[in-house]
Design a protein. Structure first.
Ligand SMILES: NC(=O)c1ccc[n+]([C@@H]2O[C@H](COP(=O)([O-])OP(=O)(O)OC[C@H]3O[C@@H](n4cnc5c(N)ncnc54)[C@H](O)[C@@H]3O)[C@@H](O)[C@H]2O)c1
Length: 290
């Protein structure tokens, strides 16, 4: 199946960039959220990312400023913002990127099942939740699949294509093809908690969270040491602020529930989330983002 038109539901930390990736590959995309102000933030994010990418090509003299201006108009012109499902009647592929809560995701999948054509594939950008449970909210579980981008979606090449219990072989193949169409590299994995990447990443990061908590270390010092050692481009606490503390906490708790205490849940992160400090998106997390 070739994807002529796509949709992204949820225009937050991930959704705006996912829409940008799809539009930059030449495919038209609807970006939907529940409120126009979130849609506008997502559209603005897509514009900023496109501008930065094209600016890089101009700096390397690969394209002229005139080409960059034209491409910026073309790419951003392929993204249509929406607060309802009016433009979903002819989409081929949907990426759901709403908050990491099964109840919200199931409600969205039920709605998507009603408003999209029967052939459309309904995918989820979930970091850890069950694809099969999302499929249960629809009458087409064979066409429900995981499509997990990594932050920041405009730069990270990998996508996990996750197989639910009912996902058909045809859907998995079409989803891997769509990943290729939008210039990403797909790996197929089962729906074990955390899938592949977050299970590995969190096992390392949770050890850092644990030692920081037990020894009463300063998170900024921990980040500084890790960054200066070049073990990672940035420290885990700053990265968590960029990803969104609520999202990271949900994944950590899910892995802890699934695999036990070897996946630590940071009490400091829990306290910040309880106080509504979710990182960069709310202006404060482990760091103050002004
Ligand atoms: N943040 C990350 O680094 C990251 C990385 C990979 C995957 N994910 C996954 O992507 C998904 C989204 O995460 P995020 O960080 O972008 O979350 P976010 O909180 O930044 O954004 C979620 C957006 O969904 C919108 N929303 C809520 N209910 C909605 C509905 N019913 N219909 C349409 N929009 C709705 C919210 O208004 C918000 O704009 C989660 O499943 C998360 O696990 C996140």
């Amino acid at each position: 199946m070739y994807v002529f038109k796509a949709a992204v539901v949820g225009a937050g930390t991930m959704g705006g960039e996912i829409a940008q990736v799809i539009a930059a590959s030449g495919v038209g995309v609807v970006l939907k959220d529940i409120d126009q102000k979130f849609v506008d933030t997502g559209l603005e994010k897509a514009r900023e990312v496109t501008q930065a990418q094209l600016g890089g090509l101009v700096a390397k003299e690969k394209i002229t400023q005139e080409d960059a201006d034209r491409q910026l108009t073309e790419i951003t012109g392929r993204i249509a913002g929406a607060t309802d499902y009016g433009a979903f009647g002819d989409v081929d592929f949907v990426v759901e990127a709403v908050p990491e809560r099964m109840q919200i995701k199931q409600a969205v999948f039920e709605e998507l099942d009603a408003v999209t054509p029967g052939h459309a594939i309904l995918s989820s950008n979930t970091s850890s939740l069950s694809i099969s449970e999302m499929g249960e909210a629809t009458g087409r579980p064979d066409k429900v699949v995981g499509f997990h981008f990594f932050y920041p979606a405009s730069m990270m090449r990998l996508i996990e294509v996750i197989e639910g219990e009912e996902t058909s072989e045809e859907t998995l193949q079409a989803t891997a093809n769509f990943a290729q169409q939008i210039r990403k590299t797909a790996i197929r994995c089962g729906e074990g908690p955390g899938f592949v990447v977050n299970r590995i990443l969190n096992s390392a990061v949770s050890e850092i969270w644990k030692v920081t908590h037990e020894e009463g270390l300063d998170v900024k010092e921990v980040d500084k040491v890790i960054q200066e050692s070049k073990a990672a481009p940035m420290g885990p606490f700053f990265l968590t602020d960029l990803l969104g503390l609520d999202t990271v906490l949900h994944v950590a708790e899910h892995l802890n529930d699934s695999y036990g205490d070897r996946f630590f849940v940071s009490p400091a992160m829990k306290d910040l989330v309880a106080a509504g400090n979710l990182g960069q998106k709310t202006g404060k997390g482990f760091y103050d983002h002004g």
